[in-house]
Design a protein around this ligand. Sequence first.
Ligand SMILES: [Zn+2]
Ligand SMILES: [Zn+2]
Length: 298
Amino acid sequence: MKTKPQDFQPFINRMMADPELKNGLESDHLDSERQYQQFKENFLKGKCYLCGENITRCDYAKPCIHWLLRAHKRIKKKNIEEALKTKDLNQIIAFLRWVANSDEKLTQINDFEAYEKRDGLFYQETIKYKNLNWTIWIKEGDLKGHIGKQIDFPHYHLHMTIDGRNFINFSEMHIPLSEYDVFFIYARTGKYPNVGFTVPHGESFSDIFNFIPEEELLDGMVSSDDDINAPFHLQTFVQAKPGKLIKGSEIAKLVKEHNETKVPMAVLLKKLDADTKVLVSPNKLIEPVLRDEPKSGR
Ligand SMILES: [Zn+2]
Ligand SMILES: [Zn+2]
């Protein structure tokens, strides 16, 4: 199985050179748009778009990833494990992100860890929905498999809490990764200059920061009086140019304009004849669930 970034280069080259393959990917995109609409329509009615059953239904004969919502007490860990094996990880992530974003956009998904170069970490993402919390965790070692432990295949780990209590622990499951999952993670985390990957309608803050230039983010922003619920937090550093002073009256003028127009101060401050640097950061993001470094290298 292909697990190294360069393993997928021939595929990327073919994709870039072949308009038909590109069109194929575009129709994939349309397909996921269509799937999202189906998801939304059904989810609002308490139904699962994948199996057609009620979300609260648990029919052991029809394993389905809607069991991750554990809306029925009969759903045990082993049932969830069985359901996870019916879909690729990227489909599971899309499903959970759609569920999370149905509650509140952006703040319920934290995949920043995936972009930080922590030693040996291949991918991590935490998704929250109401009282449920899922963390996907993959170390470099999981890509190779744990040799000699009958888990000698590429896999991911899942951690799940309900009401803050552990329901599934990181070490309990080793769910196989598909080759496409591995490619998808490389593409998402920016391994290939020409290829990106997002989940339509399932975007996280880091997707937005990675795919939308900061200037465009600022342009589209309207300042909110509700500091706690605003999705972005802006900090602006203003420094006078050498030999110059910033006048208090100029700042006061901008504050007045800000109050009247709701244009963020970060944007208005750029009118000053000064050096400004804007820091855009997500407000109110859920905490990632970190795994303690295991002792036995699992
Ligand atoms: Zn289902
Ligand atoms: Zn493992």
